[in-house]
Design a protein around this ligand. Sequence first.
Ligand SMILES: [Zn+2]
Length: 396
Amino acid sequence: MRAEYPKIERASADRSASAGAEASDVNYPQLDPGDIATLFDRARLRMARELRGLTQVQLAKEAGSVTAASVSQFENGHSKPAASTLQRLALALRVPPSFFAAPARPPAQDEVNGFFRSLRSTAPRDRQQALAYVHLARELTLEFEKHVALPELNLPRVRIEEGQPLQAADIEQAAARVREHWNVPPGPVQNVVRLLERNGIVVVRFRVSIEKVDAFCVDFPDRPVVALGADKGLRDRSRFDAAHELGHLVLHGSGERAGTRIIESQAHEFAAAFLMPVGDIKDELPDHLDWPAFLRLKAKWHVSLAALLVRAKTLGVMSEHTYAQGWKALSVRGWRRVEPGPLGNPEAPVLLQRALDLMEKTGTSFAEFIGHSGLPEADIRTLLSRDVSERPRVEF
Ligand SMILES: [Zn+2]
């Protein structure tokens, strides 16, 4: 009986995801346009606009018969759009009108911002778009939770008093504590993304449109979301990124100090300690530039040569001088861009996909789900479809 529910939904997901947002024949919930206007939630308008990477002026132009000033007023809560205006905004933003109705759950506060690494290299609009996408991932997760039980959030936090500098030893200890809390056996972490997901953290991977955005995370109180970049395609880097974002969640939460050099290096130190615990790796690290040995360690620990080199220095195995020579060698050989000993595809998130599978098996089809949730279908398909880096991409 359950098996009758169409697998087509998922089979076609990949295709429609790469084709971009497309209209579908899914029936959206029969909320009266007047009801939607009454339930209008200004944060959702902003989220949809940012999801499309539009300015208020651009949205006004696309929607027609709406001024940028009106859009601004809708978003800051000074006025509400009429039902007919909402319809036009929905069309322009490619979301069902019911998307604008306040969902029956705590809203994601405007103040929940993300930790972005390369602040300067990311244009504000790309950043907003990436953030909106991550807000959507949280929404999707909360909607799934109405149908299936997902792993509960199990994230130990280390909170540092304001003004108290975090010592290197504190970070090592925090990383060890998280491993212990999650029952990670000594040695290499088998799959970082899976580990995060198993402990209730949502992981998504970005695709083409916002690939300029590096990995980042948003510490939603109910479901923290880690977003990984789509463009790197490197298992070691991607694992380090995931561990770095975990470091932000554990050490920093949704603080306002995001993006500073200190915060970033702390997250880096955490990632190194989490992936390469001192007690497990110290004796394996060479004290000189034994590249074959480093390559073997790379294959064993699934971390980059660069990360191993830094770790060897941090743990005092390698002298500053040898480290500096090693780093220079990495640059000269072009290994900072492309390292030898590739480890294969990056780890792929599976939690949301499995939630969908389970939901379908227990009798709710994807189409019904989309209809009830009021979420934009094409974007949800993008979020759910398989990791883009699992398939080779045609380059022009
Ligand atoms: Zn960071």
